[in-house]
Design a protein around this ligand. Structure first.
Ligand code: G3I
Length: 324
């Protein structure tokens, strides 16, 4: 019995984790990662991003992404593609380039089509071969992020990317993925409006990824309600990057108990919403969490500690799936 077993018993498609290529040399880590009872799904934390997959215009490199896709395939896990179009981790030729709108439209189409097409052969289960086609398009106040895509193409880059992904793999679930949309607010509302407008225009959109990079003690009280509002738009949702960090370290015993309870709350919110298909944590161990490098002094956000031992949070996830 493990986290994925618990998810499946609750009629979810999977419980999964992000992973990254450098960690795959850590045999103790990999022996947990491979366990299907714990993880039925993988997301590559970096190796399918633009800088890794199209380092020069029209030159595609899939070795790193393939390593994770092959691991998923060999262990019977689902795979989430992450991501097609984002403002971050772009290759220099894009960051330093100047493009007309028609040029950039071609660039987005070529990238999305080629990437999604390559990984469609890795499909384990057509229902949940999912892609974060659009990653983090909004500012926290609900306005569109004025990144290079928006600057040149306005909001049109979104349907351009989604249509190219659909053309490449008609079975893949196409998502928009963002953070700070776990509870209601300006950003969640903006994303709901975007989904409505895409559906009105007949643009393919299958789901919203709710990242869920949260802080201990600060899980939004309306998370379940908010997830239900997304699914009421006729799409699915997934918790795509869950971690719950301490802002001060080390945590107390009471802190670890609060973290257990917070993991339970998030998982129970997904569990209670029929079209919340699964939960992915943004790596399973504090040893490889992204938090300390992005938020110095913070961390211990994962269900396994840096010594690969289960924390109370692990059992919070199990309880969350057992909440009717
Ligand atoms: O590849 C270089 C390596 O050559 C160099 O030696 C090393 C030195 O620091 O840096 C390496 O690049 C790092 C890269 O991860 C690959 O390991 C970057 O510094 C580091 O900033 C980058 O962090 C990633 C981050 O996205 C970038 O924004 C994290 O690993 C990754 O977990 C994180 O994931 C994002 C999701 O894609 C989107 N949602 C938020 C989430 C957390 O930030």
């Amino acid at each position: 019995y493990g986290l994925n077993t618990a998810a499946k018993a609750a009629h979810k498609l999977y419980f999964g984790t992000a992973t990254d290529n450098p960690e795959l040399n850590d045999t103790a880590y990999v022996s947990i990662l491979k366990q299907y009872k714990e993880f039925g799904q993988l997301t590559p934390a970096n190796s399918m991003k633009w800088y890794a997959t199209e380092p020069e215009p029209g030159v595609f490199t899939f070795e790193q992404g393939d390593q994770i896709a092959d691991l998923a395939k060999d262990t019977g896990k689902l795979l989430r593609g992450h991501n097609c179009v984002w403002y971050s981790q772009l290759p220099d030729w894009i960051n330093n380039g100047t493009f007309t709108a028609p040029e950039l439209k071609f660039i987005v189409e070529r990238h999305c089509y080629t990437l999604v097409n390559h990984y469609k052969s890795q499909v384990n289960c057509p229902i949940s071969d999912s892609w974060d086609v659009i990653n983090e398009p909004f500012n926290d106040n609900g306005t569109f992020r004025t990144d290079l895509w928006y600057d040149v193409l306005g909001t049109s880059y979104i349907p351009i990317a989604l249509r190219a992904a659909r053309a490449a793999d008609p079975h893949a679930k196409l998502y928009i993925n963002d953070y700070n949309i776990e509870g209601a607010g300006a950003k969640a509302s903006a994303l709901k409006d975007l989904v409505k407008s895409l559906k009105d225009q007949g643009v393919p959109i299958d789901g919203v990824g709710v990242e869920s990079h949260l802080i201990v003690g600060e899980v939004p009280a309306d998370m379940q309600q908010n997830l239900a509002e997304f699914t009421a738009l006729g799409i699915e949702v997934a918790i795509t990057e869950l971690d719950i960090r301490f802002e001060a370290l080390p945590p107390s015993v009471a802190g670890l108990e609060q973290q257990r309870s917070d993991y339970e709350t998030v998982v129970a919110a997904c569990n209670a919403v029929e079209r919340c298909v699964g939960v992915t944590i943004w790596d399973f161990t504090d040893k490889y969490s992204w938090i300390p490098s992005a938020f110095p002094g913070e961390g211990d956000a994962c269900p396994w500690d840096a010594n690969l031992l289960k924390k109370p949070a692990y059992y919070g996830i199990i309880s969350g799936f057992e909440t009717a």
